[in-house]
Ligand binder design. Structure first.
Ligand SMILES: *Cc1c(COP(=O)(O)O)cnc(C)c1O
Length: 367
């Protein structure tokens, strides 16, 4: 049921949260579990908060089907913090790491990592980012510390599908910030899977890092304690004050996903949502155009241009969308055009409102 005054928020992140989660937070805000205070006022060392934290870890493990030999850590500093934490923690005796650069976020990750490890790119990235280049031609190195990739490029709408890159016997490191629990995930060959929660799993401020146990303990001496996986594991993510409100929000979002039928059910809805918008694009005779290679189109961030990048028409489209209660559809400033972020909390009904507007807009503007 739509709630009066609420907009349909297609933001890329921070993004929409399920109404059920927001209502639960509202209900519990003044008095959580009969304790007479809210979660964000509680001691992170209290028994009750400890139970909430452990329950959240159990829920992630269950929903994502995380193998036993991985630890789940709650950290801060966002996905961006991990761009540094990864080479700091994993370098060990290796002199370099391999990077797959398929868009803005993996490019940023490679740039940051270069402060702490030699970065080798497995292919020379070419702009505009629209595809994942042919894997056969990548230059790999089995001596690399790890092979890094971004599972979903939020800015460019490019998603690694249906499988992760070939690992070539080094641990894969995956940034899942914008497709966390949006589709089933296979941990095979992975060493680290990480992401901020503000797109699919909650509020800004919490970063979930899932680390394979055998990779822990190789950190560089300069690693800040708050970025040390070893330190975090030793303290069950309570080395210092964690983002308690963020953990609470994610706890509620995970329960919501479970109620919806888990990741398989969420994935089916995500396919229906993105399929609806892509089919309108593909059947528009070029009026709408998505530049991304069809094999790698994101089911989360659908990026498209109107009338070959006609900025006047695009502005008109956005204005009309706003009038129809839809917000945050403007593409990233580096790409332009339109970006509809269809994260887990966006319903099929809300996506249908966008689809209807796209059809109507095309009818009145296509020559
Ligand atoms: C948003 C995003 C990030 C950065 O997250 P911050 O929390 O702002 O550091 C990193 N990677 C991807 C794929 C993202 O979408």
């Amino acid at each position: 049921m739509p709630i009066a005054g609420r907009k349909i928020n297609f933001a890329a992140g921070p993004a929409k949260l399920p109404e059920e989660v927001l209502l639960k937070m509202q209900e519990e805000q003044l008095n959580y579990a009969g304790l007479g205070l809210s979660v964000i006022e509680m001691s992170h060392r209290s028994k009750e908060f400890g139970a909430l934290l452990n329950e959240t870890i159990t829920l992630i493990r269950e929903l994502m089907n995380i193998p036993e030999n991985f630890e789940v850590l709650f950290m801060q500093g966002g996905g961006t913090g991990q761009f540094a934490a990864i080479p700091l923690n994993l370098k060990g005796n290796h002199d370099h790491a391999d990077y797959i650069v398929t868009g803005a976020w993996s490019a940023k990750a490679a740039e940051e990592a270069a402060k702490y490890i030699n970065v080798k790119k497995v292919f020379t990235p070419s702009k505009p980012y629209v595809t994942v280049p042919d894997q056969e031609k990548w230059v790999h190195d089995e001596n690399a510390s790890y092979l890094y990739y971004c599972a979903n490029e939020t800015v460019h709408g490019i998603e690694f599908t249906p499988t992760a890159p070939e690992s070539h016997n080094v641990p894969l490191v995956a940034d899942v910030s914008s497709n966390f629990l949006a589709r089933p995930f296979d941990f095979k060959d992975h060493g680290i899977v990480f992401g901020g929660t503000q797109k699919n799993l909650g509020a800004a401020g919490l970063t979930i890092v899932i680390v394979r146990k055998d990779l822990i303990g190789k950190e560089q001496a300069i690693t800040p304690a708050v970025f040390s996986y070893k330190e975090m594991i030793a303290n069950n993510s309570l080395y210092n004050t964690p983002p308690t409100g963020g953990i609470y929000t994610t706890n509620l979002v995970l329960k919501w996903i479970k109620e919806k039928g888990g990741v398989e059910a969420i994935y089916a809805t995500n396919l229906a949502k993105s399929g609806l918008i892509y089919s309108i694009i593909d059947e528009s005779n070029g009026f709408y155009h998505c530049a991304v290679d069809k094999r790698y189109r994101s089911i989360m961030n659908v990026c498209f241009r109107i009338d070959g990048g006609n900025e006047k028409l695009e502005a008109e489209f956005l204005e009309g969308a706003t009038k129809r209660n839809m917000i945050n559809l403007k593409g990233h400033r580096s790409v332009g055009g339109i970006r509809a972020s269809l994260y887990n909390a966006i319903s099929l009904e809300e996506t249908q409102v966008l689809a209807d507007w796209m059809i109507e807009f095309k009818k009145t503007h296509q020559q």
